[in-house]
Write a protein that binds this ligand. Structure first.
Ligand code: NFS
Ligand code: SF4
Length: 663
């Protein structure tokens, strides 16, 4: 075995990525994995969160036993808490600024000032109107939409009161938040205040610092992210639900680099916001565009995606996904990407350094994110379809410039579109659309519990190698898995999002339910902002039990047999999500390094003491099996507390079992 091959094996089990990595290396292209090696050894002060550089007397670092304070006297707990909360603010701001953009476009669309965008889902508009306290009876749809849009935009700048979507949380949860003074007012104020309080010489009580971080995190999950998800569903349609009447259905899509097509113009959309890429998806179907592609010698145009822009498009249109976060460079290295169009977040700057070696046209589309060497074609939201056509034509014009093309073969089929509305529909049918069958299956033990497995890829660990075995172990133990983000793409590539997988890999109880309902045991719920769908689903699981005690599986989120995880996290957004999960009552486990371990006091607080406040904690695990085990133990503990049995004995998902399955 050659040295190079061995390295590729260490980087990932994903065969498409392995062969693309080999090509990239043959061409002398550096990838995130190579640069990660070059960064070693990484600084422990940074890794552990005990480096402070928020003022110019620093940088200060804590060396236990030798140097316990920074120049100003700040101790490890204060420094770690400040850094942690600033990560929350970074993540919360990213999701929320996305949400704000959607809210602004939504309002313009409602006013008829953004041709191309329209209110597609009136049912959901009315639901959201109710949350925003907007009168719906005897009112014109556009009138309702305008008021909803105004209120949504206003909730970013609101200075007092409670964020509207908080009202959707279970009563017990709201009481906990109110008692502890962490109900967010507006989204912006919580994030700005958190930045203020973590600046030099302000808040110096780690518990109080984290309290503000909690407000910023809740303003993400129950604010910025939820606004993004809900309004996008109204504008573009709720995943799994047809626009007007018709049969509700999951969406089929293909995942992995093999979706790139040698004979078609490949336009890869990458980033997070669907406002632009939705229009690309629509305009790409126009005959005139397809004809233009044929004129240039291609068979047509193939749109695929990377990261969460992909997740947004695939769940509404079944558009294929070329890969998750660590595959963005690999996509370009195939030589088959005629254009990569990026919007915001998770875009590696290394992409532009690949441009001299590949014909790919790299295009930035928003004022918020430019790259010095990329071409900037700003998307004009006042004429979205025109803008989309311009981008498509630029991609097509680049097709004849292709040189060598080397596309990996692999891609897997998968199902998506599992919005919480669609999950309800699948479980309960059109007349009794509800979470009651889920609660009842959990109660009788067929389904042990539910796990949210979300988050990124991280060059510090092999691609997808935490995700896939962990998800396999969860379903083998009858835990229904709901996924978003790059974690969802990992499972799609591994074939875990096909209904057939239920029979092969899920435990008997879960397999039986999945087979009866026709769903895979691993459900794709969308992009990272769509973690708000998971919050809505959790709230409904509680509510069903409030209405009917026979279906009760907990009076609060923290009592439900559920758990969360981000096995390969890297982004600040993951920390924001983790913290709103925990403070919403979900026990949450992260993989890799955890950025607070430099302070034992603060880490103890997160991993143990905050259970007394929120009924849930953070945790970490090193291996997929340890992570799955911790989640299952937590689920079993909750089942026991509810008096609904411990569930079957835990199946250890070892190598032998895995091998057997592959045979
Ligand atoms: Ni989420 Fe989605 Fe992926 Fe991580 Fe980045 S794409 S918003 S941050 S890397 S999951
Ligand atoms: Fe050092 Fe304090 Fe300044 Fe941080 S705030 S860099 S600990 S002096």
């Amino acid at each position: 075995m050659s040295e190079e091959k061995k390295n590729n094996e260490e980087m990932t089990d994903d065969m498409a990525s392995r062969s693309a990595l080999e090509n990239a290396r043959d061409s002398g292209v550096s990838t995130a994995w190579d640069r990660y090696e070059q960064q070693k050894p990484q600084c422990n002060f940074g890794t552990e969160g005990i480096c402070c550089r928020i003022c110019n007397m620093g940088p200060c670092r804590i060396i236990p036993g030798r140097q316990e304070e920074g120049v100003c006297g700040a101790d490890a707990a204060t420094i770690v808490a400040r850094n942690f909360v600033r990560m929350i603010v970074g993540g919360s701001s990213a999701h929320s600024d996305h949400g704000r953009g959607v809210a602004q476009t939504f309002l313009e669309a409602a006013k008829g000032e953004a041709p191309g965008y329209e209110i597609k889902n009136e049912e959901k508009l009315k639901e959201v109107a109710e949350t925003f306290d907007v009168e719906t009876e005897d009112r014109d749809i556009n009138e309702i939409a305008i008021e909803v849009g105004e209120k949504a935009v206003a909730s970013f700048g609101s200075q007092e009161g409670e964020l509207e979507f908080i009202s959707r949380a279970p009563e017990k949860r709201k009481d906990i938040w109110r008692r502890n003074g962490v109900v967010p007012r507006g989204i912006d104020i919580e994030n700005v205040e958190a930045m203020h309080r973590t600046t030099m010489g302000v808040d110096q009580d780690y518990k109080n610092i984290l309290k503000q971080g909690t407000k910023a995190a809740l303003a993400d999950g129950w604010g910025g992210s939820m606004i993004a998800t809900e309004l996008q569903d109204i504008l573009f349609g709720t995943p799994g639900q047809p626009e007007k009447g018709g049969k509700k259905d999951a969406v089929k899509f293909d995942a992995n680099l093999g979706v790139l097509d040698e004979n078609m113009v490949n336009l890869v959309v990458h980033g997070h916001e669907p406002l632009i890429s939705e229009m690309i998806a629509i305009a790409a179907q126009e005959e005139e565009i397809q004809e233009y592609a044929r004129e240039k010698g291609a068979e047509g145009i193939n749109i695929s995606g990377i990261c969460c822009t992909a997740n947004e498009l695939l769940q509404r249109h079944g558009i294929p996904v070329a890969g998750n976060f660590l595959q963005q460079e690999l996509a370009i290295s195939t030589g088959a990407v005629d254009m990569m169009m990026v919007d915001v977040q998770c875009i590696m700057q290394s992409l532009e350094r690949m441009l001299p070696d590949y014909h790919t046209k790299l295009v930035t589309t928003t004022e918020k994110a430019k790259m010095p060497m990329a071409e900037h074609i700003e998307f004009d939201e006042s004429q979205p379809l025109e803008s989309a056509r311009e981008l498509l034509k630029a991609a097509i014009d680049n097709f004849p410039k292709r040189e060598g093309v080397n596309i990996p073969e692999e891609s897997e089929k998968a199902l998506a579109g599992f919005s919480h509305e669609f999950i309800k529909y699948m479980l309960g049918g059109s007349y009794r659309s509800s979470y009651w069958p889920l609660n009842s299956n959990i109660k009788d033990g067929k389904i042990r519990g539910v796990a949210g497995v979300v988050g990124c890829n991280n060059a510090a660990m092999p691609l997808d190698k935490m995700h896939v075995p962990m998800v396999e172990e969860l379903i083998a133990n009858n835990v229904l898995v709901v996924q978003t983000g790059c974690a969802a793409i990992a499972s799609a590539k591994a074939g875990l999002m096909q209904p057939e997988t239920a029979l092969e890999k899920a435990g008997d109880g879960l397999a039986e339910v999945c087979e009866a309902v026709g769903i895979p045991p691993v459900l794709h719920a969308g992009a990272c902002v769509d973690n708000s769908r998971i919050l809505n689903a959790l709230a409904e699981m509680v509510n069903v039990g409030q209405e009917n005690s026979r279906l009760n599986i907990g009076d609060d989120v923290s009592e439900l047999p559920v758990a969360g995880a981000a096995p390969e996290w890297m982004s600040e957004k993951a920390i924001a999500i983790g913290h709103y999960f925990v403070t919403s009552g979900v026990y949450t486990v992260f993989g890799g390094d955890f950025p607070t371990v430099g302070s034992e006091v603060f880490t103890e607080y997160l991993f143990d003491e905050i259970e007394d406040i929120y009924g849930a904690t953070w945790d970490v695990a090193e291996t997929p099996s340890e992570m799955a085990g911790k989640m299952i133990d937590h689920i079993d503990k909750k089942r026991e507390e509810l008096g609904i049995g411990e569930g079957a004995e835990r199946v250890l998902f070892d190598m032998d079992m895995r091998r057997e399955m592959q045979e």
